[in-house]
Write a protein that binds this ligand. Structure first.
Ligand SMILES: [Zn+2]
Length: 163
C-alpha cells in the first residue's frame, strides 16, 4: 500500500470511451508500459469497455500472494504485486487480466458470486488472445501452456479464485 498514485488517461479515437488509471508509483513497469502503449495495450483495454468514463485504481502490495487481484469489497480496487511485473510485458498481462475482472465486476455487481468462474475464463481468454504482444517469442510455449493449465483449473474447480 502506498498513497502516491500516477494518473494515466487513455481514450479511443472518438473519445467516447475513456479510462483513467490511478496507478501506484511502485508499479513502474505498468506505468511505463501503459504510457508507451506497449503492444497496443491502450486499444486492447479500451475495447473491453462500453462508452463512458471508467476510473480504475491500481494499488501495489509486495506481500500479495498472487500477481494481482481485483477486490469486489473495495469497489473493484486492483492490486498488483510489484514483483509480478518483471518486465513491462508481464506487467501488461497482469494488468489486462485484472482489468477484465474489474470490467466484469462493474457489469455484474448484483450476481458477482455466481460470476466468478465466467470472469476467470474471460480474463484468461484475454491473456490467451494477447500474450504474444507482450512476451518474447522464446517464452510463448511457456506462457501458452501456463494459460491453458489455468483455464483447465478454472473449469474443473481447482483454481483458487480471487486473483
Ligand atoms: Zn483472475
Amino acid at each position: 500500500m502506498d498513497l502516491i498514485n500516477k494518473a494515466i488517461q487513455i481514450s479511443n479515437k472518438s473519445s467516447d470511451t475513456i479510462i483513467v488509471f490511478k496507478v501506484s508509483d511502485d508499479l513502474t513497469n505498468v506505468i511505463d508500459g501503459l504510457n508507451a502503449n506497449l503492444g497496443g495495450i491502450q486499444d486492447l483495454l479500451l475495447a473491453e469497455f462500453d462508452s463512458g468514463i471508467h476510473i480504475i485504481n491500481i494499488d501495489a502490495d509486495s506481500s500479495l500472494k498472487y500477481a494481482g487481484t481485483m477486490d469486489s469489497s473495495k469497489n473493484g480496487l486492483i492490486t498488483i504485486n510489484p514483483s509480478a511485473q518483471s518486465s513491462q510485458g508481464r506487467g501488461m498481462l497482469v494488468l489486462g487480466h485484472e482489468v477484465v475482472h474489474f470490467r466484469d465486476y462493474k457489469a455484474n455487481v448484483s450476481n458477482w458470486s455466481e460470476y466468478k468462474m465466467q470472469t476467470e475464463l474471460n480474463a484468461f481468454a484475454w491473456e490467451e488472445a494477447n500474450y504474444k504482444n507482450f512476451i518474447p517469442s522464446s517464452d510463448h510455449d511457456y506462457y501458452g501452456t501456463n494459460i491453458a493449465d489455468n483455464v483447465r483449473k478454472v473449469k474443473n474447480g481447482t483454481y483458487n479464485h480471487g486473483h
